[in-house]
Design a protein around this ligand. Structure first.
Ligand code: ADP
Length: 496
């Protein structure tokens, strides 16, 4: 059977790419399974999408925010009804296990409900004026057309973090899904259009980074850019946006650490590390890729972890008994293989996994064994660089202070975690770990949508998604002064 062809969505119409070019999207668990044929777009398609968004902005910005919010709320209801269908398609498209793709859709539902509430908030400020008979306030204004470039690891959740706050604030959007996961973004779009989103308010252009993402970032009529992906690409997007002074939110890599102290509940830590390191096959920007363990429990913890990791069931995520799915594509497996070799060369001890899986159940997909290095030195490349695969480094330490120093000793600062039963140490860790997120007695993954999400150092450029951070990013302030004195009053001058 011929694979279904999916088009771009521009100005409320399904349209082919101007070049007529397409590409195939394959199931990473079984590359014989073609998910669909998608448009391979270019700058001309981006131009069309931006002009549709520009036109729609003039109407959408005038729709009262609570009305915009009603559409978003309805989209949340629709997503909830279609949760199973969209989760199954997402597992086929992206590989992560069903439990996780259901969570991914749920995250879009949560974001919809949360952002729908913002339709009746979007709080500004009213403050006293320094002059008599004068009123002062600051209100939030939409920015205009927002360009969005998304990664593949949260194919619906991350686009929802970008689109829904932008929409409730009155912006219109042009979004480029990752080339590996366009279908889940189109499914999110479908929920929005079925909920009544007007034409041109969201436009989806599929294709590759340099061909679609770069023209979005460069476009003169795109007023803000939101990017999630690698630090390397983020840097070029940020530099491009800076040329035209566009607000630009960059959400990039992580090298997240879990600290396990001697007094930790080890059973709890064990479950947390397995989930943090091997959930989504290690392909989360918040994945735990370093576990810093105090020496009193180090060997015991390592042995128990290795035992459990070697028994994780790796396979097609559509099988409910599978615990870890494939990597997203061939390049990602090659990167993981490269880092395993680097780790061995650096003298770390490979104690679990280390190879791509090629049994008959795995031969058509991009599967890799859950991999654990022990006795890792914190300066090794496997302890410093983001791998984005199921590879975990165990680093032994003597003390709490040393653990914090090592946790902070990387160029990233996204997520972090500490397992301890000592409340004093927990609070010191909350204060001293220099990262955007710290969990106490929970792994590095599991962000909730109404809290700010993002990181320090090379993880980002200071913005946050989720929570109020998103409302801040997708609005700009306007200060308004209303003088009802009927005479000229001069701030700072008429001081008597
Ligand atoms: P990952 O390693 O997660 O694939 P990337 O940074 O390569 O991260 O990709 C994240 C998103 O950025 C994808 O949608 C990708 O197509 C897009 N992208 C890649 N290269 C560029 C580029 N030069 N300009 C803009 N977007 C790009």
């Amino acid at each position: 059977m011929a694979a279904k062809v999916f088009k771009n969505f521009i100005g409320g119409e399904w349209v082919e790419s101007r070049s007529g070019q397409t590409y195939e999207n394959l199931n990473p668990a079984d590359t014989r399974d073609v998910i669909g044929v998608f448009q391979r777009s270019d700058k001309r398609d981006v131009d069309d999408a931006v002009s549709a968004a520009r036109q729609a902005f003039e109407r959408w910005r005038l729709v009262p925010a609570p009305k915009r919010a009603e559409i978003i709320y309805r989209a949340g209801e629709i997503l909830l009804e279609r949760k199973e269908e969209y989760a199954r398609l997402m597992t086929r498209e992206m590989g992560k296990v069903l439990k996780e793709t259901r969570g991914d859709v749920q995250e879009a539902v949560d974001t919809a409900y949360y952002m729908a509430g913002e339709g009746r908030r979007q709080f500004g400020a009213t403050v006293p004026s320094e002059l008599p008979n004068k009123f002062a306030m600051a209100v939030r204004m939409p920015i205009g057309v927002c360009g969005m470039i998304a990664p593949w690891n949260f194919p619906m959740a991350i686009p929802s973090w970008k689109l829904l706050p932008a929409l409730v604030c009155g912006n219109t959007c042009v979004i480029k899904p990752a080339e590996d996961t366009p279908l889940s973004t189109l499914n999110l779009l479908k929920a929005l259009t079925d909920a009544g989103l007007p034409k041109g308010v969201v436009n989806v252009v599929t294709g590759f980074g340099p061909e679609v993402g770069a023209p979005i970032a460069e476009h003169a009529n795109v007023q803000a850019i939101s990017f999630t992906g690698s630090s390397e690409v983020g840097r070029t997007v940020g530099v491009t946006a800076a040329q035209s002074f566009k607000p630009c939110s960059l959400e990039m890599g992580g090298k997240n650490a879990i600290i396990i102290l001697d007094d930790a509940n080890l059973d709890l830590a064990l479950d947390g590390v397995l989930w943090g390191a091997f959930g989504t096959t290690g392909q989360r920007c918040t994945a735990a890729s370093r576990v810093i363990v105090q020496k009193g429990v180090y060997r015991q913890f390592a042995d128990r972890l290795i035992y459990r990791a070697q028994r994780l069931k790796v396979g097609n995520g559509q099988d409910e008994s599978v615990e870890m799915g494939p990597q997203i594509n061939e390049q990602q497996v090659a990167t993981t293989e490269k880092y395993v070799q680097i780790g061995k060369n650096e003298g770390a001890k490979l104690e679990a996994g280390g190879k791509a899986l090629n049994t008959p159940d795995h031969v058509y997909g991009w599967f890799f064994e859950p991999t654990i290095f022990t006795d890792v030195n914190e300066k090794m490349r496997i302890a410093q660089e983001e791998i984005f695969g199921p590879v975990l480094s165990l680093i032994p330490v003597d003390s709490f202070d040393q653990a914090i120093e090592i946790a902070n000793g990387v160029t990233y600062g996204l997520s972090s975690s500490v397992y301890t039963r000592d409340v004093n140490k927990a609070f010191r860790a909350m204060r001293d770990i220099y990262a955007g997120i710290t969990y106490v007695n929970a792994p590095t993954i599991g962000a909730e949508v109404h809290l700010p999400f993002g990181g320090t150092k090379s993880t980002g450029n200071g913005h946050r998604e989720g929570g109020l951070g998103a409302i801040d990013f997708y609005t700009q302030w306007k200060s308004i002064y209303v003088d009802y004195s009927d005479r000229l009053q001069r701030a700072q001058i008429d001081t008597e």
